[in-house]
Design a binder for this molecule. Structure first.
Ligand SMILES: O=C(O)CCC(=O)C(=O)O
Ligand SMILES: [Fe+2]
Length: 360
């Protein structure tokens, strides 16, 4: 196959760029229109003030750690999503990531297409509309994505040469961010483990330790002429361990609280990071902690950027409930399965929440 043929093949999967569609301002193509209960119901500025915000100030003192542990435990059980501030991730690094993400999406489509996800591949690389990598009849999301595998380090080294050359410090900043967020993830997994009464290194160890995976996705949601009929990203749960989300100040990430039957928007707070529990934590905690259903809505006047860092178990890690948390009165609620076998269940999306497929 010549280079040109490869390019043509890739282009088949880039029928349209949502950024270009937004700039044209024409009515949305049918493929983006949601119907019925899938349509957004809560505005991108309708902030849910109850979603916990936890300060990590004092984490290195005994009393500070105790306070943070109890706040993290409560937030994991009641919400499955919370924000952290005073977390130590340098402001300047977060800003460089945002700037690079935006600069990448502002490149001409011909340039972005060079990084397009190869047909049929797991979605890494550039997607000009979310959902186009799937060969199904599902509607598309009003979102462009640029995603890269960033850990473990040996895999990162293999992928590094295929990351964008432009903007100039994109790759260097991504490596720095990947390592910094990895440290934060280790700290978070320690707190989550301890809050469940488990040793601090428990979750990281059962997830493959240093072999844990990480994927970093830049999401670009252009302003949308029909934002009441489209979604940036449809309702889902994240299938891995935890996701760390950095978002700009526009707002659009929403969480569904079953007990209220209502979507609530996560309020953007300058410098904050959103921590979102994935399916693995719900399963490992035997349902004590929740992998929350979430989505991203769009709006008619402002584009939005978010950066999602997914921490994932190593493929052969087992995802069952921690035996230490089980007893006669609290039997296992989920089957034990490897992450590798869990992934096809998630991609088949037969149940609304992936983990329901494992209920005993
Ligand atoms: O854009 C956001 O805030 C959410 C992104 C997200 O949920 C995801 O990429 O899985
Ligand atoms: Fe997500």
């Amino acid at each position: 196959m010549s280079c040109l043929e490869i390019q043509a093949d890739v282009k088949r999967f880039v029928p349209v760029s949502v950024k270009q569609l937004a700039e044209e301002g024409a009515p949305l193509p049918e493929k983006f229109l949601k119907k019925g209960s899938e349509c957004p119901t809560t505005a991108h500025t309708d902030f849910c003030k109850e979603i916990p915000v936890i300060s990590f100030e004092g984490l290195d003192t005994a009393s500070g750690r105790q306070r943070i542990l109890s706040e993290v435990g409560r937030a994991c059980a009641e919400w499955g999503i919370f924000q952290i501030v005073d977390h130590g991730v340098p402001e300047n690094l977060m800003k460089r990531m945002m700037d690079n993400g935006l600069a990448f999406f502002n490149l001409p489509l011909e340039e972005k297409i060079k990084y397009a996800s190869p047909p049929g591949s797991f979605p890494v690389g550039y997607l000009s509309a979310s959902g186009i990598h799937r060969n199904d009849n599902d509607t598309l999301g009003w979102r462009e994505v640029m995603a890269q595998v960033s850990l473990p380090k040996d895999i990162r080294e293999i992928h590094y040469s295929s990351w964008p050359q432009n903007p100039a410090d994109y790759k260097k900043t991504l490596v720095e961010y990947s390592d910094t967020i990895d440290q934060l993830v280790t700290c978070m997994l320690g707190l989550i483990s301890e809050s469940l009464g488990l040793p601090s290194d428990y979750i990281k160890n059962v997830s493959g330790g240093e072999k844990m995976g990480q994927k970093i996705a830049f999401n670009y949601y252009p302003h949308c002429p029909q934002s009441d009929l489209a979604l940036g990203l449809k309702s889902h749960t994240d299938h891995g361990t935890i996701t760390v989300i950095q978002q700009d100040q526009v707002g659009g990430l929403q969480v569904y609280k079953e007990d209220r039957d209502k979507w609530g928007t996560v309020e953007p707070i300058p410098g904050a990071l959103v921590i979102n529990l994935g399916d693995q934590i719900q399963i490992l905690s035997n349902g004590r902690y929740c992998s929350v259903e979430h989505q991203a809505v769009v709006n008619s006047s402002q584009s939005r950027v978010s950066i999602a860092t997914f921490a994932k178990p190593e493929l052969m890690s087992r995802m069952g409930p921690a035996p230490e948390l089980l007893s006669e009165t609290s039997p296992a609620r989920y089957r034990n399965i490897t992450f590798k076998d869990y992934l096809p269940i998630c991609f088949a999306m037969k149940t609304k929440k992936n983990y329901d497929a494992l209920i005993i």
